[in-house]
Ligand binder design. Structure first.
Ligand code: 9UX
Length: 70
């Protein structure tokens, strides 16, 4: 089933960065993401079978940092 996770994204400096992160995550099977530039948070809907670690790895592969929010 689908679950929702929130990640704190680092390294986004312009509005287009938001689109890059959303697009990269959205290419993962069953995943959709909404990124807020002001808060640096990504709200991600994803299959339970997709781990947070996989989401983090995808964001990092796009050149940003990702971690669980404080
Ligand atoms: Mo803007 Mo972000 O020129 O990866 S797209 S800094």
């Amino acid at each position: 089933e689908l679950t929702t996770s929130t990640l704190a994204i680092g390294g986004m400096t312009c509005a287009a960065c938001v689109g890059r992160v959303e697009k990269k995550l959205g290419r993962m099977e069953g995943v959709s993401a909404s990124v807020n530039l002001a808060t640096g948070r990504a709200r991600i809907s994803h299959p339970a079978a997709v781990s947070v670690g996989e989401l983090v790895a995808t964001v990092e592969a796009a050149g940003f940092t990702a971690q669980l929010p404080e």
